[in-house]
Write a new protein. Structure first.
Length: 465
């Protein structure tokens, strides 16, 4: 939640730098590769459910970024996936008010999705309406006064009436648009977003400029960050069919990218949004169980020489990453199975073991530690006795670029591929990649339970009970 301040230095308004035109803003950015992943060509009936998953995740974490409530990747997954009891989990972790914030924010993402699909132009009215919606559950905001922090009523859907400059961590003031300049600055921003040059630009550049421009003006007393992420989502929806999804534990990186843009490095912010757009599409594709298409052998050979240079890891480091991925899968399965409300007649077990596994062409098994398999076993008791089990090996692409949790045939399960650099990552794996693993575990267990139920029902029928 932002903090306005009517007690800033008298000259603070004069420190505001007017918003750059889109043309001049582009001069600060070098040539960029547009993410080559998109959901535009997919059947809407298949993709809509996965897009809703992303929208709920974005709605959940947009409020957490503003410290309105807390969350973590597990809770966000629970809410996004609409798991049974998600409302209770959210209230327990983040407080009862978090549900109201979430629902208002989710409605905001539903609105911008409709705006994107209708190709409606962005107007000041539509931006104010987004503010009114995303802040629908918020009654007040904090203002710093001479007497100290005070709460004031939040005027939803209306531009600010008091200055909202802020004090940075360094102790210096940062100036947003003065109250008197807010209306003309917003008119300029909207005009830029409807200019021919802007309409020709990539969706990431459009989203980055729209987001940065709104935050730079800071037209509302509070809620500017939430509105900016909604505004940016319009352009990403049009190109990728996904919203701007920033996880709350990426908050520091996000704010650092915005700060870099304030200091003239707009490219850092564009790169950040580009990565988020690509990660959102990847997460959606996994949710759809998008199949990996094998590359032609000649292409694999060419890529291999490139990736060895780019990855730069030793065989030992790659093997270490592979073992870490297998252990992480074990821990995620254990956590997920423990949390399931299983009847006492259902037993779930994880076991380490060995299996004869021959890696397919282009892949190898780890050298050290010795190859091992992770067994996942689900059993139902008599008279509906049945078992569903499968094993996973971790294998490594010959170029060291990819790791795969591969099911051992015959198996009812599907595998998961990860890039080695994302597993062997300084500071730990990213929230997006950890979320992919958790989703894979969740869907694997769901598939196994469905198959177990079918086998148990058949066993019960044959037993005559």
């Amino acid at each position: 939640m932002e903090t306005g301040s009517p007690v800033a230095p008298l000259d603070i308004d004069s420190r505001y730098t007017p918003l750059s035109t889109f043309d001049s803003w582009l001069t600060m950015i070098g040539p960029r590769r547009s993410p080559d992943l998109s959901l535009k060509e997919m059947d809407a009936s298949r993709v809509d459910h996965s897009i809703r998953f992303l929208m709920r995740a974005a709605a959940m974490d947009t409020g957490a970024i503003e410290l309105l409530y807390g969350t973590d990747r597990g809770l966000t997954m629970t809410v996004a996936g609409e798991a049974p009891g998600w409302e209770g989990a959210l209230a327990e972790k983040s407080g009862s008010e978090a549900i109201r914030f979430f629902e208002a924010q989710l409605k905001g993402y539903e609105i911008v999705k409709e705006v994107a699909e209708c190709e409606s132009p962005v107007t000041e009215t539509s931006i104010r309406q987004l503010h009114e919606q995303v802040c629908a559950s918020q009654e007040t905001y904090v203002v710093q006064t001479a007497a100290g922090p005070q709460r004031q009523a939040l005027l939803r859907g209306a531009y600010k009436r008091l200055p909202n400059h802020v004090i940075e961590a360094s102790g210096s003031w940062f100036a947003f648009a003065p109250v008197a300049d807010t209306v003309p600055e917003m008119a300029r921003l909207v005009a830029e977003m409807n200019s021919p040059m802007f309409r020709k630009a990539s969706a990431v550049l459009q989203a980055a400029y729209a987001h940065y421009g709104l935050v730079r003006v800071h037209p509302f007393s509070d809620g500017n960050g939430r509105v900016a992420r909604l505004l940016a989502s319009i352009f990403l929806f049009r190109e990728f069919k996904t919203p701007l999804l920033i996880f709350s534990d990426e908050r520091n990186e996000y704010l650092e990218a915005l700060k870099a843009a304030d200091e003239g490095d707009a490219e850092a912010f564009v790169a950040f949004l580009e990565e988020r757009a690509e990660a959102a599409v990847q997460l959606c594709l996994l949710h759809l169980k998008f199949p990996n298409t094998p590359a032609a052998p000649s292409t694999l050979k060419q890529l291999s020489s490139l990736y060895r240079t780019q990855v730069g890891y030793s065989h030992g480091e790659v093997d270490e990453a592979a073992d870490a991925l297998l252990r992480l899968a074990h821990d995620e399965f254990a956590s997920h199975l423990k949390a399931l409300p299983r009847p006492r007649e259902l037993d779930a077990a994880l076991q380490w073991g060995t299996a004869n596994y021959v890696a397919p062409d282009g892949w190898r098994v780890p050298i050290a530690p010795a190859p091992r398999a992770l067994y996942v076993v689900l059993r139902s008791a008599a008279p509906a006795h049945a078992t569903v089990s499968g094993a996973f090996f971790v294998i490594i692409s010959r170029d060291g670029y990819r790791l795969s949790l591969a099911p051992v045939a015959p198996s009812p399960f599907v595998g998961l591929e990860m890039e080695t650099k994302n597993v062997y990552r300084q500071g730990g794996m990213s929230s997006a990649d950890l979320t992919r693993i958790r989703l894979w575990v969740q869907k694997t267990v769901e598939l196994a339970l469905v198959q177990l139920q079918e086998k148990a029902a058949e066993a019960l029928r044959k037993s005559g009970n």
